[in-house]
Design a protein around this ligand. Structure first.
Ligand code: ZN
Ligand code: ZN
Length: 414
């Protein structure tokens, strides 16, 4: 192995894989989903994988949301470096909430980009289209070297160089509904086919947390989902590959015993407390797919329109039941490795079974058909980290989900 066949990101070395290296991000997979499905005997392939390899609990990036964590896994860095701190940030100079799904908000290159520079073949499949352009940023699709598409838009917007212009036709599977477990199954089926035909050096598969938002750990729908995942993991492992299964974040119940969502309406209570509208609450979980979480999560960031008594507001919030942490910009940035220019003057994190809203009229709760389950905070930071090889990770306390490609490519040598 020549030295120029490796690179370093954020203090970790990335070697060129000697066999196909696959990282699966099981969106919203609280470790207990997998543990319980294994206990029920529904994940024999993953069980076998753990026996031959390793199973650790890693920490996600904060906020424990989908985009920041997928981009962390794709870049090997926390949001402070890559810049994607949520789906939205706020520009106080324009009084505008700005969506961060455009590549111009990405402050660093992806691991995929660096591997492609070393002539690796790269495949990326994501369930939801919101991630496709960020994950595929800077990839070249020339000379049969990359594939990148979403299941949601599988019949269009397919970026590929191996003749797949319509992934739905290529896979002979209809484009699944965005609110379904089929969307994740499509990702796995496409991954299996690419592994056999395209033979990528590096492959990243990212599912959707539709099931995890809806169903708790012991629900049959959740068990069926993990059984489906296990079937594909078994097929993947028929190939000589290096494989890591991890998640972008966990998932916790956020409702009371009557099944009603637990919500602190931050904008409302602060407007009332300050007697005027002099700040703006941003919920970075907000995205075009609000049906399964109603834009309610455990992380909020607050932008002041004018100079305000930050101590007074912090203390007011700290004394509210259900609030776990209130941090100023510098504290939040240093504690959670967040980019200072993409968070507000205050960052607020809720307790395990609580969420933040802005005002009741901003959240259409009629869309929530099941008791609310969501994520975003510290209590959803634990994620599974399963490797199909024994590599003896010792510093598990500092293990992060965004170390996945470092360890997966390292494990390819075994
Ligand atoms: Zn997610
Ligand atoms: Zn979610």
């Amino acid at each position: 192995m020549k030295k120029e066949h490796e690179f370093e990101i954020y203090g970790l070395k990335y070697v060129f894989p000697t066999k196909p290296t696959v990282v699966v991000c099981l969106d919203g997979s609280e470790p207990e989903y997998i543990n319980f499905a294994i206990k029920k005997g529904l994940m024999p392939n993953v069980e076998n994988m753990i026996e031959k390899g390793e199973y650790h609990i890693a920490k996600s990036a904060i906020p424990s949301f989908t985009n920041p964590n997928n981009i962390s896994i794709a870049t090997g860095t926390p949001p402070k470096i890559h810049g994607i701190s949520g789906n939205y940030y706020y520009d106080p100079s324009k009084c505008e909430a700005i969506m961060m799904n455009d590549v111009k908000f990405l402050n660093t290159k992806t691991i995929f980009y660096y591997y492609q520079k070393l002539n690796a073949k790269v495949a990326i499949i994501t369930a939801k289209d919101k991630l496709r352009s960020l994950l595929g940023a800077d990839l070249s699709f020339e000379h049969d070297m990359a594939v990148c598409f979403s299941a949601e838009m599988a019949d269009r917007a397919t970026f590929t160089s191996n003749g797949i212009s319509n992934a739905s036709k290529w896979l002979d599977k209809p484009v699944p509904c965005v609110y379904s477990s089929d969307l994740s199954e499509f990702v796995f089926a496409a991954g299996e086919k690419l592994l056999n035909e395209f033979k990528p050096d590096i492959m990243y598969l990212s599912t959707t947390d539709y099931i995890q938002h809806k169903y708790d750990i012991e629900d049959n729908n959740a068990l069926e989902f993990y059984q489906m995942v296990d079937k594909y993991i078994g097929k993947f492992l028929e190939n000589n590959i290096s494989l890591i299964i991890t998640a972008d974040h966990g998932m916790k119940p956020k409702h009371n015993k009557f099944g009603k969502p637990n919500i602190i309406f931050l904008q409302n209570i602060l407007d009332h407390y300050l007697k005027e509208k002099c700040l703006k609450v941003i919920l970075p979980i907000t995205d075009p797919y609000v049906v399964h979480h109603g834009a309610l999560g455990s992380f909020a960031t607050i932008y002041f329109h004018e100079e305000l008594d930050i101590e007074k507001i912090s203390n007011f919030l700290k004394n509210k039941q259900g609030i776990l942490e209130v941090l100023n910009r510098q504290e939040a940035s240093s504690k959670f490795e967040l980019p200072e220019d993409r968070i507000g003057d205050l960052t607020v994190i809720s307790e395990e079974n609580m969420t933040f809203g802005t005002s009741p009229e901003d959240h259409d709760l009629s869309l929530l058909k099941e008791p609310l389950r969501s994520h975003g905070g510290i209590t959803e930071q634990n994620v599974p980290f399963i490797i199909n090889k024994k590599i003896n990770i010792t510093n598990t306390k500092s293990l992060r989900n965004f170390h996945a490609f470092h360890y997966a490519t390292l494990a390819s040598k075994i």
